[in-house]
Design a protein around this ligand. Structure first.
Ligand SMILES: C[S@@+](CC[C@H](N)C(=O)[O-])C[C@H]1O[C@@H](n2cnc3c(N)ncnc32)[C@H](O)[C@@H]1O
Length: 277
């Protein structure tokens, strides 16, 4: 058992999780070990801070059985925040992700917390399910997709969504992707230096840190480019092409983030989508 007053043990535990994610992550850019370290070092945050908004949007389901899909997980945060809302512990979860690393993490989390969970490694923009879901959660996963893939994704989600179900979709976008470039590059470099300092006593990890930071620099640029093309109006248009309708839109840009600011001026929205009758 790690005690909070024993930093060396916490460091060793972080190293163990990092190494496991480094080995199990199948993303070409080592996204999952990078994501884990960024959250661990406080340079990024998990989506727990959206919890009050999401809870309000899914209020009718909170105390009754429901079939839930989490489309793209990154880590255990979505499962943690959603399962905590469900007072009767009677939701059944399915998590899909392109990468095995978050699926393994969420299976371990579900076993420890007595949650009903199926995981499937697949491309959610081409996935077919033999069941339908009352609630579908998409926390920023659309930032990983090009416009054509977003359309295919929404089509597949429409098929997967129960007739009276709801899809909750969090997204970020920027009107000034270019202007943010320099700040983002600087923030990435600071994150890299923070990680090198954190693992100062473990020089054998440094080549792995170099690898993940370099590949994620390209990744963040690509994400910024896609986010610049993904305004609320674009999602509304794509949704209407698939027979879905945005029924609610909550701007959460003003929310204070529980992690260090890094010049992030993106607009953040939580959209609710339902079948368009
Ligand atoms: C931005 S992360 C989710 C973020 C996280 N839920 C949060 O905000 O804390 C997106 C996740 O979706 C996965 N992903 C991206 N594109 C995907 C696709 N086409 N099919 C399935 N999973 C995908 C990535 O591997 C990653 O784990």
């Amino acid at each position: 058992m790690i005690k909070s007053d024993e930093p060396i043990n916490e460091l060793q535990e972080t190293l163990a999780v990092f190494s496991k994610l480094y080995d199990t992550c199948t993303c070409p850019n080592h996204f999952h070990p990078w994501w884990f370290l960024s959250i661990k070092l406080g340079t990024l945050g998990s989506q727990h801070y959206v919890s009050p908004f999401v809870e309000e949007l899914v209020d009718p389901w909170l105390s009754k059985p429901a079939n839930i899909l989490i489309a793209g997980a990154a880590d255990t945060a979505s499962l943690d925040l959603l399962s905590a809302m469900n007072s009767g512990n009677n939701w059944r979860f399915t998590i899909v992700d392109l990468c095995e690393a978050p699926l393994q993490q969420t299976r371990e989390f579900a076993a420890q917390n007595d949650l009903a969970l199926n995981t499937e490694r697949c491309d959610v923009s081409a996935a077919s399910f033999d069941e339908q879901f009352d609630l579908i959660f998409v926390f920023y996963t659309m930032s990983f997709m090009e416009a054509e893939q977003q359309l295919s994704f929404l089509l597949h989600m429409k098929r997967a969504l129960a007739r009276d179900g709801k899809m909750i979709c969090a997204l970020k976008y920027s009107d000034q992707a270019k202007a943010d470039d320099a700040l983002r590059e600087q923030a990435l470099e600071e994150k890299h230096q923070t990680a090198l300092c954190y693992f100062a006593d473990y020089p054998e990890v440094h080549p792995h840190l170099e690898a993940i930071w370099h590949s994620n620099q390209g990744n963040r640029r690509e994400t910024a480019r896609r986010e610049a093309l993904m305004h609320e109006a674009d999602i509304k248009r794509l949704a209407s092409q698939t027979g879905l309708r945005v029924t609610e839109s909550v701007d959460i840009s003003h929310l204070k983030k529980p992690w260090k600011g890094d010049g992030d001026s993106r607009t953040q929205l939580v959209l609710s989508l339902e079948h368009d009758e």
